[in-house]
Design a protein around this ligand. Structure first.
Ligand code: NDP
Ligand code: CA
Length: 337
């Protein structure tokens, strides 16, 4: 029952969002040098940011966000809002989906001490969009001064032994100061509704769990992503009921202690398309209960703060909100470090 991490507020780079080639430097002065507030930085803590950043090609050409002004989707300014939101919270690990500008992220986040890996979807819908910047996929970045990268693996998720169009990135990281190893995985499961698709997502979830268990079992594990599934879908229970990983959902464990069952937040994405408004919870950060405890999570903005046009908007560069969680590693913290 801990207080939220920081009050979520978005500061804009008004007029300085880098319409010049010098944009990155302007950003560094105005945003990146900001002190990391209450950020927890100790070898027994890990702060994870999970975010579907909204692919530029899909967001601009495919999603049809009818209440979002076209200018808010312009890459030249939107890209800095994405960076601003990420660095604002000083995460140790960054898990992203719908990344179709990995090189941009790699370059800018590289200046902030991050190193990352990207894996594209085999047949990304972005590739069918005029003027696309390549396929979208999943990416993980980590703070290089905190972790040593022991291994990075990518996976095309299988459904009934056949490769699907969804992927995962898995990293084995060693905390330099304690030599503690942790496994971090991220994925973006198949979108859209329907019984068959819900079954498909469940199979994709099982495939990812099998992969993580067989390669990294026995270690502290964090699995996060856009699961495209509400908590009532089978894949959610599949993640939470895994026998050996013993995982919980970070945002579901911070409700009122009097709650009989853990509750997820009411939404992680809130958008208006031509067909109507979509407001639901489909993004999660799962963690192995035996290894981590959740110390804080970043609150979501209220409907009023978000505004009637919902997201994306000038203030929020994606149709998904970022999830930020502070984990405490139980073993590394036993001696009160
Ligand atoms: P998914 O069904 O997983 O979804 C792809 C993307 O569409 C996701 O990023 C998803 O975002 C977004 N999305 C979800 N709902 C909507 C919606 N109502 N309106 C607009 N966008 C939405 O895709 P697949 O990986 O299965 O790939 C799609 C396939 O479609 C590709 O394999 C490709 O072959 C094919 N395709 C063909 C085209 C053509 O012109 N021939 C054009 C486009 C795709 P989120 O996860 O945030 O919900
Ligand atoms: Ca999307």
């Amino acid at each position: 029952n801990l207080p939220p991490l920081v009050k979520r507020s978005f500061r804009r780079l008004q007029g300085q969002s880098g319409d010049t080639p010098d944009g990155v430097r302007v950003l560094q002065w105005n945003v990146l040098s900001r002190v990391c507030g209450e950020a927890v930085s100790s070898p027994c803590h890990v702060r994870v940011l999970q975010w579907n950043v909204l692919s530029q090609a899909l967001g601009q050409m495919n999603d049809n966000f009818v209440c979002c002004p076209d200018e808010a989707l312009e890459w030249r300014s939107r890209r800095y809002h994405i960076i601003e939101e990420i660095v604002e919270y000083c995460p140790d690990v960054i898990c992203l989906q719908e990344v179709d500008h990995f090189n941009f992220l790699k370059t800018v986040l590289g200046t902030q001490g991050y190193r990352g890996a990207f894996f594209p979807k085999p047949d990304s819908p972005c590739l069918y969009i005029k003027g696309n910047n390549g396929p979208d996929g999943c990416a993980i970045f980590f703070k290089e001064d905190k972790f040593e990268l022991l291994k990075v693996e990518t996976r095309v998720l299988e459904v009934w032994r056949v490769q699907s169009n969804q992927v995962a990135v898995v990293m084995l990281l060693r905390i330099r100061e304690t030599s503690q190893e942790i496994c971090v995985a991220t994925t973006h499961l198949k979108a859209r509704t329907g019984a068959l698709l819900s079954t498909l997502r469940n199979e994709q979830g099982k495939d990812l769990l099998d992969f993580v268990t067989s390669h990294y079992g026995g270690r502290p594990v964090i699995i996060c992503g856009d699961f495209n599934a509400e908590p009532t879908e089978p894949v959610y229970l599949t993640l939470l009921s895994h026998q050996s990983l013993r995982m919980a959902s970070a945002y579901a464990t911070t409700g009122d202690v009097s709650d009989a069952a853990p509750r997820e937040p009411p939404y992680t994405t809130w958008k208006i398309r031509e067909e109507g408004e979509v407001c639901h919870t489909i993004d999660y950060v799962f963690y192995s209960l035996d290894s981590f405890s959740v110390e804080a999570v970043l609150d979501f903005p209220t409907g009023e703060e978000i505004g009637e046009g919902r997201v994306p908007s000038f203030g929020y560069p994606s149709d998904h909100f970022s999830l930020v969680c502070d984990f405490r590693l139980k073993s590394a913290c036993e001696l009160g470090s």
